[in-house]
Write a new protein. Structure first.
Length: 152
């Protein structure tokens, strides 16, 4: 039996992990925008000290405050519930960076129907090297073809 991830100990631990992941995303965007704490504070309408509390993960953020912080940095927020086949939480929550990267690789779809226009990737669940098969789904049915298999 695999030992559960540390976030399985309590709801507070799981929440800390999700909150830490969110703060990491804020910090990356602040860095990309080359903002100082004062700049972020001004955008959010809080003091520099409050920004320190937010970024040091001492804030019990509400969904409302998370949206406010993200929008102040030109970001959007989406809450995703998912089934990763790990009901016992042996691996912990999947980092948002994984979801963001997958979204970008699918052409940044904004509605479900955009996925029909995007290329699809099939990942074989096996040991490394991982084989990935790409299929173009935008071609007419008779022209759909596997366009490549690549070892990662």
């Amino acid at each position: 039996m695999t030992k559960p991830h540390w976030t399985e100990k309590s709801l507070s631990d799981f929440l800390f992990s999700v909150r830490f992941d969110f703060v990491y995303q804020l910090e990356k965007q602040i860095e990309r925008l080359k903002l100082r704490d004062e700049d972020f504070a001004s955008r959010v309408g809080v003091t520099k000290g409050r920004v320190s509390q937010i970024l040091n993960n001492r804030d019990n953020m509400t969904l409302r405050s998370m949206i406010k912080y993200a929008r102040a940095l030109g970001l959007k927020l989406s809450v995703v519930a998912y089934d990763d086949g790990d009901a016992d939480n042996n691996k912990g929550p999947i980092p948002a960076e994984i979801f963001r990267t997958c979204w970008e690789k699918q052409g940044k779809p904004v509605v479900f129907w955009d996925l029909e226009k995007a290329s699809t990737a099939t990942f074989t669940k096996s040991a490394y090297p991982l084989h990935v098969t790409f299929t173009l789904s935008t071609l007419p049915e008779q022209e759909k073809a596997i366009v490549g298999t690549q070892e990662l």
